[in-house]
Design a protein around this ligand. Structure first.
Ligand code: SF4
Length: 424
């Protein structure tokens, strides 16, 4: 059974389960979230059968719809979804000889991309700015499939020059696609419309952030790891924005009636970098009364307004930006793959505002960007906020049962220590 069909079956089952047996502790909007994902996978499968064009733009994904591609395929997040990750990992290792201990999700996604279970895209892009394993995996996939890959640069600065150069490279990518792929034509009005929808989405995220400051945190630990995508990353952008608003409104309803994500919030924890897999970890967090207002990753500080670099804000660079430059400015909002201050500065600010008691810095084995940030992160959190950080390591998907037990044991010991310290 192929990846797309697997997803369709899993999501169909989830929707049915919620309909037949709704869990009052979970958000009601989860059903809509799953329905949207289901709709998307069905649409991709149909478009593939009809021979439509697909892209895999790992930076500037918003361009895919503006150029008329049917869909922009998912990146490492699709690796996370694989039902049998080992199968795809083996493919990546045997085909390419990638080391087994490189981050699971990128290697699984690479295996998926060459498995024949996804349509071969017509255009790929990656960026020298987020994580090296992801960029190398994109290179390998493009090599294998023969698809043209644009590697978009980021300078070592975060000023206008950086975004100007990125925008010029994206313009070249568009020109290439228009000349080589039948049916592809860049529509700037479409891009502007998508950017406006994304801007509306950011406003809903900032409302959510204000809400997360309340105690108890209205989100359960598990819900904190369910990310809400910007509309431009969905095949139905208007519906995605509608969902983001409903999700925000539901959280407000919960908070206004005093319903928390855990029965009794005893500690507020921030979780960094990569989410854990496995029901046991979420159960442990809930059982201990851990409120988790923050899952800190890539652009979240920007989404929550700790950094202001919004679409259309001419004051940031002292000039009006073109729509392509507006995409490029997002590269200046990514919090890893840059210098440490870019990652740690906003983190300290968010932890202070959210009244975080302790931090779990989860390193996915093989994750180069976050490994290099660990030491400075724990020192700054201790010095500036007086809070402890647990340095936790695990695999995201290919975890053995014994390793999972060990990881949760370390997590539980840390949480118990923080709870005891809070009482004293
Ligand atoms: S876990 Fe680390 S290495 Fe893997 S995709 Fe994320 S940032 Fe890249």
């Amino acid at each position: 059974m192929g990846f797309l069909q697997d997803q369709i079956q899993i999501l169909t089952r989830r929707v049915k389960r919620i309909e037949q047996n709704p869990d009052p502790s979970m958000l009601k909007t989860n059903k809509l979230r799953y329905e949207m994902d289901l709709d998307e996978f069905i649409s991709i499968q149909e478009a593939w059968r009809e021979g439509k064009n697909f892209a895999n733009l790992r930076f500037g994904g918003i361009l895919a719809q503006s150029m008329g591609f049917s869909a922009n395929l998912g990146g490492a997040n699709w690796g996370d979804r694989a039902l049998d990750p080992q199968k795809y990992l083996n493919l990546a290792i045997t085909k390419f000889g990638f080391p087994e201990h490189t981050c699971d999700r990128t290697m699984v996604r690479l295996g998926l991309g060459i498995s024949g279970e996804l349509p071969i895209t017509k255009l790929m892009s990656c960026a020298r700015m987020i994580c090296e394993p992801e960029r190398l995996a994109a290179q390998a996939e493009a090599n294998f499939t023969g698809v043209h890959l644009f590697e978009l640069p980021r300078l070592t600065s975060y000023d206008y020059m950086n975004i100007q150069i990125l925008a010029e490279e994206m313009a070249k990518m568009i020109e290439f696609a228009e000349h080589t792929i039948p049916g592809i034509k860049y529509d700037e009005a479409k891009l502007i419309e998508l950017q406006e929808l994304d801007h509306e989405f950011i406003k809903t995220q900032r409302d959510v952030y204000q809400l997360l400051k309340r105690a108890p945190c209205p989100m359960s630990p598990q819900d904190t790891f369910r990310m809400t995508r910007p509309p431009s990353r969905s095949m139905k952008p208007k519906k995605a924005l509608e969902f983001a608003k409903m999700y925000r409104d539901e959280l407000f309803e919960r908070a206004d009636t005093g319903v928390g994500g855990v029965t009794e919030e005893r500690l507020r924890v921030a979780w960094l970098a990569t989410g854990p897999f496995g029901r046991e970890t979420f159960d442990l967090l809930s059982k201990k009364g851990i409120g988790m207002p923050l899952f800190y990753r890539d652009e979240i500080a920007f989404e929550y307004g700790a950094e202001k670099n919004d679409y259309g804000d001419d004051s940031v660079y002292g000039k009006h930006l073109t729509p392509l430059e507006e995409i490029a400015r997002r590269s200046n909002c990514l919090h890893w793959g840059g210098d440490a201050e870019l990652w740690v500065g906003p983190l300290v600010k968010l932890c202070r505002e959210l009244k975080i008691d302790a931090v779990v810095d989860f390193l996915q084995a093989g994750c180069v960007p976050t490994k290099n940030l660990k030491k400075i992160t724990s020192i700054r959190l201790k010095d500036e906020l007086g809070i402890p950080t647990l340095d936790l390591e695990g695999r995201q998907m290919l975890m053995t049962e014994a390793a999972q037990v060990e990881m949760n044991k370390r997590l539980e010991e840390f949480l118990d220590m923080c709870l005891a310290n809070k009482k004293n």
